[in-house]
Ligand binder design. Structure first.
Ligand code: SF4
Ligand code: SF4
Length: 418
């Protein structure tokens, strides 16, 4: 009963639901299956039944449909009643994990992300093999994994020259470097630091930082997520006056939520202060202008990561970043704010549904005929990148999927800022 009470408390955010159904067509899993139990409204009923004791926590049918939720939070954006779906889903998953262990592949992945001694050599190996396996990209499970890794390859070589010319100072910034971002997207972290410097933000190093814990929280591993959050709150206390710039939407969403995650922790007030300092890199750049670079003749389709547009409600700043590049053609992508099916470990655990959701995204992207796709989250870059490689245009004909700051960085390089 203690478990049920704790769950009921965590599910208060669902109380405003009036079961109107406005959220149904915004939900990628409902659109794919047409099953009410795969919709936000259906899942809210299942969660409330678990919390009230009407069904057992971990009930097989409820778990089946809750596991199929992407956690994309598109339902929150469209909900007129202000239902807080994401935190409730995390709480239910945490309770379910008391009844059943996570699948082995998920446990292994989450252990590796949390442990630098395991993560660093494995991701170094991954960087080494990615050029060798790029040609293996396909729709098979192994081929898709190869495509995901190949999609982390830098878009262009890093600039040889050093720092940008002086610009009006805008304050100091500490870049959150993450785990997968640092291991596979170090080039994006470096581009982030360069474009911030070019816009007047002075970078302050925070060497003790680590994994944000987002994937652990989404998988219901509450205690592990809290431990990782505490480590980051303490690490960034070394730069108390710096904004915390993050370039991964999934990381940014939980970093901005550390105040809630550590609400009952001795570091609660420090966590809240930490969260107040966190900004997506596009928010900082948009505040700065951002500075215009050299023209690039490219057709760039922007795809909005769920954890940026729904969880953080950051929609315009990434477009402002791209508009700072003269000459870019930015076609409207009608499915930009719909989940691509990556969703943390979802593509690993719910592969068929993940692929179905991805196919819809790829069709919408291809309609815009882009030279480049830009999106601000590593999972989306890998998932969309692998999909594009696997569904035609593989090898040399692949449409690159990059972070928006990489486009601005290339423009700044052409302008001679570096
Ligand atoms: S979550 Fe919001 S939009 Fe969906 S049924 Fe409930 S009140 Fe309506
Ligand atoms: S989080 Fe996404 S997949 Fe889950 S119910 Fe909401 S809209 Fe549907």
């Amino acid at each position: 009963m203690a478990t049920e009470s704790a769950l009921r408390l965590a599910l208060h955010g669902l109380d405003p639901c009036v079961h109107c159904g406005f959220c149904l067509q915004a939900c990628p899993t409902f659109v794919a299956t047409g099953d009410e139990s795969d919709s936000p409204r259906g899942r809210i009923v299942l969660m409330q039944q678990e919390a009230s004791g009407a069904i057992d926590v971990g009930d097989q049918n409820a778990t089946y449909h809750l596991d199929r939720c992407l956690g994309c939070r598109a339902c929150e954006t469209v909900c007129p009643s202000g239902v807080e779906y994401g935190p409730a889903l995390e709480a239910v998953r945490a309770e379910s994990n008391l009844e059943r262990p996570l699948p082995l592949q998920a446990s292994l992945a989450l252990t590796v992300f949390a442990q630098p001694a395991l993560r660093r050599p494995l991701l170094a190996l991954a960087r080494w093999i990615r050029p060798l396996i790029a040609g293996l990209a396909s729709r098979s499970r192994v081929g898709f994994a190869a495509g995901m890794l190949a999609a982390t390859t830098p878009w262009r070589p890093a600039p040889r020259r050093g720092s940008s010319p002086p610009h009006r100072p805008r304050g100091s910034v500490a870049v959150f470097r993450g785990c997968v971002m640092e291991g596979l997207f170090g080039h994006v972290n470096d581009a982030t630091a360069r474009v911030l410097a070019a816009n007047g933000y002075a970078e302050q190093p925070v060497p003790e930082q680590g994994c944000c814990g987002a994937l652990h929280a989404h998988a219901g591993l509450h205690d592990q997520a809290v431990a990782l959050a505490r480590q980051n709150v303490l690490a960034f206390a070394s730069q108390p006056n710096a904004s915390i710039a993050v370039n991964s939407a999934g990381c940014g969403a939980i970093l901005k939520d550390y105040g809630r995650l550590l609400k009952h922790d001795p570091l609660a007030s420090e966590a809240e202060a930490f969260s107040q300092r966190v900004r997506d890199v596009s928010e900082l750049l948009a505040e700065a202008g951002p500075r215009q670079g050299a023209p690039l003749k490219l057709r760039v389709t922007y795809d909005a990561p769920c954890h940026l547009c729904h969880a953080q409600r950051v929609t315009e700043p990434p477009i402002a970043v791209l508009r700072a590049v003269p000459g870019l053609d930015l076609p409207v992508h009608t499915e930009s704010d719909v989940c691509c099916g990556s969703a943390g470990l979802y593509s690993l655990l719910q592969t068929p549904l993940s692929q179905e959701i991805l196919d819809r995204k790829l069709a919408a992207i291809r309609q815009t005929e882009p030279d480049v796709v830009a999106t601000g989250n590593p999972g989306c870059i890998m998932h969309i990148g692998a999909g594009l490689r696997a569904s035609g245009g593989g090898g040399g004909g692949t449409i690159p999927v990059v972070h928006p700051v990489e486009v601005l960085d290339r423009s700044y390089l052409e302008a001679g800022f570096y």
